[in-house]
Design a protein around this ligand. Structure first.
Ligand SMILES: N[C@@H](CCC(=O)N[C@@H](CS)C(=O)NCC(=O)O)C(=O)O
Length: 218
């Protein structure tokens, strides 16, 4: 198989790429990288050779001899290289810019603040307990979801942008998954909630769910 995805079942950035691969109808080999076991397999020499950032996901496309990190770059690469399946990034420049805005709101401004290495650092450095770390994550996630909800008022119907699935939805779903994992109530964000539910009715999203991965620990 020419496409290999290094990821972790609960990683929201890996989850984004799994959804995109499914929507593009692409087969791939999934190679789990356990973010906690053995002190974190993302720090192993073999993985660092592929991705010096020690973060998942990493996509390898043997056909093109390319190794990519950054979920948004991977998703755009897949969308441009493969015409099949759902078009994730619109061709029209204004629509494309809007889709990238929402995707980056999530991937650049929301998700990184509650990343494992950040949570570990604030926990150790400032001696925070589990509840305090969770409060931190919920604070930033709540702020992000509130602004996202406001933005979606102008664009969302069934999905973030009207009636077509885009990269924005691919990013939204894993972020909502994280919020639910933290016990947050997302029903107070009606547009986000509606889009999330519509996406979860789609098999491409369902099959990409963390609990449906081979490395899931249930
Ligand atoms: N901006 C990166 C973020 C990647 C990222 O933060 N990955 C997390 C999992 S969602 C990770 O590998 N964390 C491991 C760690 O913090 O040590 C992307 O979108 O791919």
């Amino acid at each position: 198989m020419s496409l290999k995805l290094y990821g972790y079942w609960r990683s929201s950035a890996s989850y984004r790429v799994r959804i995109a691969l499914n929507l593009k109808l692409l087969e791939y080999e999934y190679i789990p990288v356990h973010l906690v076991k053995d002190g974190g397999q993302q720090f192993s020499g073999e993985y660092v050779g592929l991705n010096p950032s020690s973060l998942v996901p990493t996509l390898v496309d043997d056909d093109e001899d390319i190794i990519l990190n950054q979920s948004l770059a991977i998703i755009e690469y897949l969308d441009e290289r493969y015409q099949q399946g759902t078009q994730l990034v619109p061709s029209h420049k204004l629509e494309r810019a809007k889709v990238r805005t929402i995707a980056q709101d999530i991937a650049c401004d929301i998700q990184p603040l509650a990343n494992l290495r950040v949570m570990n650092y604030i926990g150790e450095q400032y001696e925070l307990n589990q509840q305090q770390k969770s409060d931190w994550a919920q604070h930033w996630l709540g702020k992000g979801l509130r602004s996202l909800e406001q933005r979606l008022q102008n664009s969302a119907a069934d999905f973030c942008f009207g009636f077509n699935i885009t990269m924005a939805d691919v990013c939204l779903v894993p972020q909502v998954y994280n919020a639910l994992r933290l016990g947050m109530d997302v029903s107070c964000y009606p547009a986000i909630n509606r889009v999330y539910k519509n996406c979860m009715d789609n098999l491409a999203f369902e099959h990409a769910q963390p609990e449906n991965q081979d490395d899931a620990e249930l």
